[in-house]
Design a protein around this ligand. Structure first.
Ligand SMILES: *Cc1c(COP(=O)(O)O)cnc(C)c1O
Length: 382
């Protein structure tokens, strides 16, 4: 599969990953951060579809301090590719088998409950090993972590295990992309409350972190010792009202080629279900990309593409491997020409936000949707 996808990289449909954009986004983020704040790059889910190993190599050279992934296999993939930077696991690991691999691959787990800390402590004692760990408090996301009310007890409990070195204490924001900052401020004050109570007990305070992309861009008081940035690194703003903070460039483009061109007579239906009917003689192009590549089928009859610097409408239901375009206004297009589905051509641009807004989802999900059937092509300079 890999061999063929390399050989035929730009022949049917593919994703361009602009590594210069990644470098520029890292620089823009770093100059925005408080001077002592470290930048942790969140590269879970294959770096939001951008290719985790290659993204890690590029951004570590550009000054990213550490990496975060969601699952153990994602961490192992990076270590096996020779990545040496600190790697934090955001997800919760509860099995002894996985703890052994965390030690073996020198990864840094998140501890969310006393029970989990106990399993880690016991397993590490048996292995005669130690581990840097990150403690997670739930200040209002209601996902992973110990409830902030029990934060002090949680930290004290973990300090009983000499095998566990507390590298950081963190929490995650639920509404940082919202214009209304009420909940975010409440989470911030709960986090502060735990930390100041800890300080009062004389505990050594490890590194603290709270902000995702939205938190990082909207409020510098959330930066603490480190920020955990995913979406913004890939050049997408977490919310429209955060556009005027720093300049970001999307790193991912989706391209495909025209595989057939034909003209249909008035009244002819297009694709499964005939959800598009030609009201006049219509020239169409078939493009070799479909929902099995990650183009959301819900975009059928709602999306545009860019060809030769002009928008063209997609028509009919998107199929598994192909979709159709109305190219009546493009008289001399030819088979094999490249179409931009996501990305920029001249003054025109189609973004992950455009797609997300059309179908009622978020840009994070759009970026993660592209399948491995689409080769990722590294572009060094735009
Ligand atoms: C995914 C994730 C992030 C990154 O979020 P973005 O909105 O993409 O910046 C940060 N922290 C945690 C705990 C996450 O799960």
């Amino acid at each position: 599969m890999n061999h063929f996808s390399t050989q035929y990289q730009q022949q049917r449909a593919w994703v361009n990953i602009n590594h210069q954009a990644l470098v520029d986004n890292v620089q823009a983020l770093k100059s925005f951060l408080n001077p002592h704040t470290q930048l942790m790059a969140v590269i879970k889910a294959d770096a939001y579809g951008h290719g985790a190993v290659k993204v890690a190599q590029t951004i570590l050279q550009s000054g990213v301090d550490s990496l975060a992934i969601a699952t153990l296999p994602e961490g192992i993939e990076l270590r096996e590719a020779g990545i040496l930077a600190p790697i934090m696991i955001l997800g919760a690991i509860n099995s002894i088998e996985q703890i052994k691999d965390i030690v073996k691959y020198n990864l840094e787990p998140t501890l969310c409950t006393p029970h989990q800390a106990f399993i880690f402590g016991e397993t590490l004692a048996q292995l005669n090993a130690t581990l840097s760990v990150h403690l997670k408090l739930d200040t209002g996301m209601s996902r992973l972590g110990t409830h902030w009310h029990n934060g002090i007890d949680f930290v004290n409990y973990i300090q009983q295990f000499p095998q566990l070195h507390i590298s950081s204490i963190y929490s995650h924001l639920a509404t940082a992309d919202d214009v209304d900052t009420t909940v975010m401020k409440l989470q911030h004050s709960r986090f502060e409350e735990v930390i100041s109570a800890l300080k009062a007990t004389g505990v050594d305070i490890p590194r603290l972190h709270l902000a995702n992309s939205a938190g990082t861009l909207c409020d510098r008081t959330l930066h603490y010792d480190m920020v955990r940035v995913g979406l913004a690194l890939y050049g997408i703003y977490p919310a429209p009202h955060l556009h005027d903070t720093i300049k970001l460039q999307p790193a991912l483009e989706v391209k495909a080629r025209i595989t057939q061109i034909k003209t249909l007579s008035p009244g002819t239906g297009v694709s499964y279900g005939h959800t598009f009917k030609c009201d006049q003689a219509t020239k169409i192009a078939v493009v070799g990309i479909g929902y099995a590549d990650g183009i959301p089928r819900l975009l059928s009859n709602k999306m545009k593409v860019i060809i030769r610097g002009k928008f063209a409408d997609q028509i009919g239901n998107i199929t598994m491997d192909q979709l159709m375009l109305n190219i009546t206004d493009f008289p001399d297009l030819e088979v094999e020409e490249t179409v931009t589905l996501l990305g920029k051509e001249g003054d025109l641009e189609i973004t992950a936000d455009d797609w997300a807004n059309s179908i009622g989802t978020i840009s994070w999900e759009i970026l993660c949707s592209f399948k491995h059937r689409l080769p990722r092509v590294v572009i060094e300079n735009s």
